[in-house]
Structure formats: structure tokens, C-alpha cells
Write a protein that binds this ligand. Structure first.
Ligand SMILES: *Cc1c(COP(=O)(O)O)cnc(C)c1O
Length: 391
């Protein structure tokens, strides 16, 4: 009988390299303190930047939407799956982002697949930062477009790629707004300038910038005051926004095109009403509660400064994503394990997600961490770091 034995060698290889990880099953919802096997653990690895997963306004909106519309949407958006709540969410998002239109997808992942997979053809070229997110890479794989990759944030290489791309129908430069493994910010003003010089489209994936960068967390375009000069902004509703989903913010023409051509939009059921309602409620919370993003940034500044004083290498971090670079993969996983013993969950991240010699634990600071929480974490990081000879 046919079976999956042929997959085993790869799993065995992962075990040998210390990269085999069973899923961690948490017994409580997302928040600074979470229950794990009867222990209360401080976690610093979730994308719940503003604590919105537990915000009363989001919970209330979800419950009301279920009462009004029911549990599921029953269809794809193009048939009977566009409910009033989906339309309201897109209008609120467009006003928030200051763009002509927005289009909501089921996740950030499927947003990138849907957009990149439809707007690029064999006569186009896509120019991508080497550290862009997997969903961008996979979106590009769905197309027959010509591909160029530039070294991380290397503007000279980007310009070289643009110079060689004059003959294509269109040139699309795509970058993460905030890079998820290093927590650094894309040099968007320079990218926009180059793109304008070479008549290219700028595509920014703001998954980790949504709710984090810019006024009220409006994203990297707002952070750099580049309104009207970035053609496609992708946002996620899954991280700081506290629910799940993704969206394109851009022109009405692009929205019209995607509604007819983006396959992840066309062939997959729309968000449940409760999910759309949470996204809508979250955007309203962002507008009315600027103290959340302020708190996120003051926590971040405090924590990173203290880490550096302790002697940890936080790499290129300039956002609430703070890696502690350890080096080889086994040492990074050992550090992560030692921290968990101390009551702190900090995800180890190793090759192939990052370079072989850049193994790390990655911390994500949130607005819901109290000063006591941050000091608890610093104390545990110092103890484990000294024990393992990292500082
Ligand atoms: C997390 C992430 C995504 C995927 O977003 P989901 O809503 O979780 O599917 C896309 N792009 C980037 C840059 C991300 O960090």
C-alpha cells in the first residue's frame, strides 16, 4: 500500500540538526502571560503588538456580528459573500489609509498571492528584496514575470535592476515595510525616489508595520510621509490588528482588476462576519486610542536600550521586533530552551529562515507588557545569557 515513508528522511534530518519542533499548545489566549502545561509563562513572541486580541471593543463587535449575520459568510465575495460588514470594513480602511480604495482578503498571505499572481505577466519584471516574506516569494512564483532579487536594502543593486528593466511592460519593486526577522525598516523614501526615476510601481507589504508605524499605526507610507507615491500597500489584520485578514490599499482601478482577476480572492470564501467586524472595530480603536502605539514604542525603546546595555547584539532592529543574535542554530535553540525553563517564551529562529550563522531568539515587544513584565524578561535574559556565555 502506498504510504509517506519517502518523507521520513527529511524529518530525520531536521531532528539531527535540532530543528524539529512539535507545536507548542497554549492553554490560554494570546497575551503577555500565557498558560503552558500548568505554568504561567511570559511570552515575547506574539504579533499581538497592541493587545487587541482581547480588546473589549473587538469582542463586542464580533459577538454582535454573529448575532446579526451568523457564523460564516456562506460564499465567495463575488457571489453572496460580500455582506454590508465587509463593505464597511473596506470603506473604513480606505479612509484610514488615505487611499482611493481597499480590498480585503482572508489573510495577508493570500493578499500577496492574489495581487502578485494577477498583476504580473510574462512582459513584466518584479524586483524583490532578498529578505522579503515567504508570501511575497510564493506570490511571485505564481507568475510568469521576469524576476530580479536585490541584496537586503541595497539601493545600488536596486538601481542596477531598474536600469536593466527598461524594456518590460511594467516594473514592480516589492519590499516588506518592516522586515519580520530583523525588525528593520525598508528605506522607503529612497526606494520611491528610484522608482519614480525609472517609472516603476512600488509595492509595500506592511504586515509588521500595520498598527505599529506611522500616525495611529497607519503604516510605513504614513511614517515616511509618502502619501500618493506608493502604488500598492498591503496590510494585515492578523498581527497588531488582532483578528485575521489582509488587504490591498491603492487605486479603485486596481481594486476593480483584483475583484476580477485575483484567484485567492475569487475562489475562496470571504471572511466570517465576526472577523470583518473585529477588523473594523480595531481600526476605530487605533484612531481613538493613540496611547496604545505610544506605549508600544516607549516599551520598545526601554527594552532595546537595556538589552544593549547588558551586551546583547540586537542586530538591525529599529522596531518592536528585537532579535538577539546568537550565531549557530543549536546555540540559538539552546538559548530559547533555557529561557523557557526560566519562564520566558522567546522563539528561536534558525536556518533556513535566517542565515546559518545568524541564529537568534526573536522578541516582540507589545503595548500590553507592563514595566514589571519587561524587567522580569530582562532579568531572565541576563541570567540565561550569562549561563550560556552569550554576554
Ligand atoms: C505575517 C506576514 C504576512 C502574512 O500575513 P497573515 O495575515 O498572517 O497571513 C505577509 N507578509 C509579511 C511581511 C508578514 O510578516
Amino acid at each position: 500500500m502506498a504510504n509517506f515513508d519517502y518523507l521520513s528522511p527529511e524529518l530525520e534530518q531536521l531532528k539531527k540538526e535540532g530543528r524539529y519542533r512539535p507545536l507548542t499548545v497554549w492553554d490560554s489566549g494570546s497575551g503577555p502571560w500565557m498558560m503552558l502545561n500548568g505554568r504561567k509563562i511570559l511570552q515575547m513572541s506574539s504579533n499581538n503588538y497592541l493587545g487587541l486580541t482581547n480588546h473589549p471593543e473587538l469582542k463586542k463587535a464580533a459577538i454582535e456580528a454573529i448575532e446579526t449575520y451568523g457564523a460564516g459568510s456562506g460564499s465567495v465575495r463575488t457571489i453572496t459573500g460580500t455582506l454590508r460588514i465587509h463593505d464597511e470594513l473596506e470603506q473604513e480602511l480606505a479612509a484610514f489609509k488615505g487611499t482611493e480604495a481597499t480590498l480585503v482578503f482572508q489573510s495577508g498571505f493570500t493578499t500577496n498571492q492574489g495581487i502578485l499572481g494577477s498583476i504580473l505577466g510574462p512582459d513584466d519584471v518584479v524586483i524583490s528584496d532578498e529578505l522579503n516574506h515567504a508570501s511575497i516569494i510564493d506570490g511571485i512564483r505564481l507568475t510568469k514575470a521576469h524576476r530580479k532579487v536585490y541584496a537586503h536594502k541595497d539601493l545600488d543593486q536596486l538601481e542596477q535592476c531598474l536600469k536593466e528593466s527598461g524594456n518590460f511592460r511594467s516594473r514592480v519593486v516589492v519590499t516588506d515595510g518592516v522586515f519580520s526577522m530583523d525588525g528593520d525598516i525598508a528605506p522607503l523614501p529612497q526606494i520611491v525616489e528610484l522608482a519614480e526615476r525609472y517609472d516603476a510601481i512600488v509595492y509595500v507589504d506592511d504586515a509588521h508595520a500595520s498598527g505599529v508605524l506611522g500616525r495611529h499605526g497607519k503604516g510605513s507610507t504614513d511614517h515616511f510621509n509618502l502619501h500618493g507615491r506608493v502604488h500598492i500597500q498591503v496590510g494585515t489584520l492578523s498581527k497588531a490588528i488582532g483578528a485575521v485578514g489582509g488587504y490591498m490599499a491603492g487605486s479603485q482601478l486596481l481594486k476593480d482588476y483584483l475583484i476580477h482577476k485575483a484567484r485567492s480572492f475569487l475562489f475562496s470564501t470571504s471572511q466570517p462576519p465576526a472577523v470583518a467586524a473585529m477588523g473594523l472595530a480595531a481600526i476605530r480603536v487605533l484612531k481613538s486610542s493613540p496611547e496604545l502605539t505610544e506605549r508600544l514604542w516607549s516599551n520598545t525603546d526601554y527594552f532595546r536600550t537595556r538589552l544593549n546595555t547588558l551586551g546583547f547584539d540586537t542586530g538591525m532592529s529599529e522596531t518592536p521586533i528585537i532579535p538577539i543574535i546568537v550565531g549557530n542554530p543549536a546555540a540559538a535553540m539552546q538559548f530559547s530552551d533555557a529561557l523557557l525553563e526560566e519562564g520566558l517564551f522567546a522563539q528561536g529562529i534558525v536556518y533556513p529562515t535566517v542565515a546559518m550563522d545568524k541564529g537568534r531568539v526573536r522578541l516582540i515587544i507589545t503595548a500590553s507588557h507592563t514595566e514589571d513584565d519587561l524587567n522580569f524578561a530582562l532579568d531572565r535574559l541576563e541570567r540565561a545569557g550569562k549561563r550560556l556565555g552569550l554576554i
